[in-house]
Design a protein around this ligand. Sequence first.
Ligand code: ADP
Ligand code: MG
Length: 363
Amino acid sequence: MSGITLDTVRKEFGDGEGTVVAVEDVDLEIEDGEFLVLVGPSGCGKTTTLRCIAGLEDVTSGTITFGDRDVTDRRARDRDVAMVFQNYALYPHMNVRKNIGFGLKLSTQQTAAEIDRQVEDVAEMLGIEDLLDQKPKELSGGQQQRVALGRAIVRDPEVFLMDEPLSNLDAKLRSQMRTELQTLQHDLDVTTVYVTHDQTEAMAMGDRIAVMNEGTLQQVGSAEEVYRTPVNEFVADFIGSPSINVFDATVDGARLDGPGAFTYHLSDASPVEGLDTVRVGIRPEDITLVDDGIEMTANVLEPMGNENFLYATLGGREVTARIDPTKRPGTDETVSFSFPESALYLFDPDTGESLKTKREGDV
Ligand code: ADP
Ligand code: MG
């Protein structure tokens, strides 16, 4: 068992004019036994990063170490990693027992009886011990994914690498499997990198979350940290559902003027000093409807059980607010809102970098 360190890992595809920088100088430290979730939009370089760690891609530059072993030039089969993919990649003609035991048979000198016992232990751990004689096509998606996991677990690898392993499952099974996977990972205590494009999944699962965009790592932190103290507008927008409201405001000392009736006086003007404009962000869940605040026009109310989303217009811009379920503003009704200053995000209009982030413990 060991942690994983990526040191300025870069992966380019093609050469000359057609070069794609899929992974751009990524530094990342994953601790021994940690469950790290790598999250970002489609095409941002998650799978390529994972394949570099696995040894399925040669890095263009940079180094990868497992514990204190530099594995950069080692082939995949010499790295002691097990990968789990979205499409399960089971052998269709083999039954479950053979699918799970296959890797063991190749890599060890164990007897058939020993392999069988390990396969049965893992199958029991995953609740698929009754399916050992079935073929993949006779199984449900969730059962197939358990078999794929079983195949990874039985090899007792140093590192688990999982690439959107739950994406093909329906929502209910997906959330059940998330919990199972987490429990399993904590029990096995194997360093795991889990890739997903789904920020909700990332927030729910990771010890830590690494947010990636366009080949670069944006921020690494706990769910709480990336949500409350995003380093830039991209992270603020990507993490959180529904997305944060962001708009431009002009700056005049401590006074911010945004769309429509939006005017706000900062208690401390230092974050916006020297700027003419700023990007202002407010999360839907930080908005409260009040009697005397900033006016906007209600459009649509979306009651979602115990949550109530209001879509409103502020100077021509759509604003989403999660409001008190007892409030029921009608279409075109003028409503008035406020928010705590600690919940106001400010971003540099040119770089998108955070100028002031929510302080931990606030709100
Ligand atoms: P993600 O998993 O986050 O969706 P990928 O790592 O698959 O992203 O892809 C990152 C970028 O690298 C994309 O622009 C993709 O088109 C490109 N890419 C990935 N694999 C290859 C390849 N084998 N050849 C050329 N470009 C590739
Ligand atoms: Mg991918």
